[in-house]
Design a protein around this ligand. Structure first.
Ligand code: 0X9
Ligand code: CA
Ligand code: ZN
Length: 451
């Protein structure tokens, strides 16, 4: 089944034979005229001797393997000289042969039109500076490597808390899912640019608070851009020497419920962390949600073209299955109308695979509000997997815009005021007891920062 995401994670975590064969087929099909390849050797390889005989350009090491750039014409001789290597070219994002195989263009940097952490910081600051009356940039917290987790709040009377519904759009829990940064960022950009000329947008912005957090995992994103394209987790150095916690397994609701929805194994691609909220990135998100009662959220991911809702940790419906199904279907229909792409709709556990400790289960579990995971295109690995072309950014944003607006309007039309806060008090306390609450005042972006 093309949409079997469990398979996807397994494939990337274990670099299985299948994956290598697949890469090989792709390579031979798409790059016969290319000149450079990336190959890897195990650390035991005598690279000094090797480098003596062939011109090799060391790229990086991930602790287990050493990656080198080499002219394709030497591959056979290296093999004949008795060196075992693995062909890795397709695991890297950048187009070493300056063609548009990956859709990226070297002239605009390793990540093409996509935003790195620094590029995103600049974009958000520039938006907040251009629209000071309806937007404000917050720092929710810092990542492990001290990058900011930004939130752009968009609303009228933006500096004050009003009795308005709040909607959160999150992107990039997972480092390699670059498109998931662009979609919420472009939605924010659209709201701000169209506020003064589009009555529909003005109504939404005036009657709601939109909180856009395009980059939950800044360390991971930059690692994916500058080191290893398929990196997924954050950059935690784990006790066993491996790196990374899967931020979308680190939330506290049913955390570690079983070992199939997440892993206790640090080197796993779905490592849940040593405890719930062990990571500063998820703590930053938690604090936002403790300080603000949201009415609805979307967490953007890629890939597979689907709209998922809780539960993810067991294959059971929530009490609000019908509402979630209805909202998700409405969003999928709106998406379909734009570019004719079908996003599958369903309960996360049933349509994808089990996950525990994920963001949307936590949001629904503690706040009982609609919480969607939107898995952006492409639909499967054959259509590019995690690597979207630059040209597709606009299309994917455009098809997702009406869906996001629909959810915002739903939140506005069903808003019952602050009464909700009282209703949910017991569950909030459950969280508060054990956790540090950061008041959003201290998190206000002051315009100065180190990076
Ligand atoms: O596994 C995930 O975290 C998400 N898929 S991804 O390929 N982007 O990594 C899906 C999360 C869906 N939510 C639940 N199943 N609860
Ligand atoms: Ca407002
Ligand atoms: Zn993801």
């Amino acid at each position: 089944m093309a949409r079997d995401k469990r398979k996807k994670i397994f494939v990337f975590s274990s670099f299985s034979v299948l994956f290598l064969i697949f890469s090989f087929v792709l390579l031979s099909a798409s790059s016969l005229t290319d000149e450079k390849e990336i190959i890897s050797f195990t650390r035991e390889t005598d690279l000094k001797a090797l480098a003596h005989s062939f011109p090799l350009d060391p790229l990086m090491t991930d602790g287990k393997k050493i990656y080198l750039l080499v002219d394709r014409k030497y591959l056979d001789s290296i093999r004949q000289a008795g060196y075992a290597f693995t062909l890795e070219t397709d695991r890297f994002n950048f187009d070493i042969n300056r063609k548009t195989k990956s859709g990226l263009n070297l002239q605009s940097g390793l990540n093409g039109a996509y935003h790195s952490y620094t590029e995103l910081s600049l974009a958000l600051k520039s938006l907040a500076a251009s629209y000071p009356t309806i937007s404000r940039l917050y720092i929710l917290g810092k990542s492990l490597e001290n990058r900011n987790i930004y939130a752009l709040k968009i609303s009228d009377n933006v500096t004050i808390r009003e009795n308005e519904p709040k909607i959160a759009l999150l992107g990039c829990h997972h480092a390699r899912e670059w498109i998931s940064v662009e979609v919420p960022l472009l939605i924010a950009d659209y709201l701000l640019k169209n506020y003064s000329q589009d009555i529909r947008i003005k109504n939404i912005v005036d009657s709601a608070e939109i909180w856009v957090v395009p980059l939950v995992n800044p360390d991971g994103l930059d690692y994916s851009i500058f080191n290893y394209r398929l990196w997924r987790k954050n950059r935690r150095l784990n006790a066993d020497g491996s790196y990374g916690v899967d931020l979308n397994r680190n939330y506290s609701y049913q955390w570690g419920y079983d070992n199939s929805g997440s892993s206790p194994e640090p080197s796993s691609e779905v490592f849940r962390g040593a405890e719930p909220f062990s990571e500063p990135e998820t703590i930053a998100i938690k604090n936002l949600f403790i300080n603000h009662r949201f009415s609805a959220v979307i967490s953007y991911h890629s890939y597979s073209q689907s709209i998922l809702y809780p539960w993810g940790y067991v294959d059971l419906p929530t009490e609000k299955e019908e509402l979630f199904q209805q909202l998700a279907t409405a969003m999928a229909d709106l998406i379909y109308q734009v570019n004719g792409r079908r996003y599958e709709v369903g309960r996360a556990s049933a349509s994808l695979y089990l996950t525990n400790g994920d963001f949307t289960d936590w949001v629904y579990g503690f706040f009982q509000i609609p919480a969607f995971t939107i898995e952006l295109p492409p639909v499967d690995r054959l259509h590019g997997g995690f690597v979207n072309s630059e040209e597709d950014i606009q299309n994917i944003f455009q098809e997702n815009l009406p869906a996001a607006l629909h959810l915002m309007e739903w939140a506005v039309s069903t808003f019952e005021g602050v009464r909700k806060e009282v209703k949910f008090e017991p569950k909030i306390w459950l969280e508060k007891r054990t956790e540090n609450v950061v008041k959003d005042k201290s998190a206000v972006f002051k315009g100065k920062e180190s990076r």
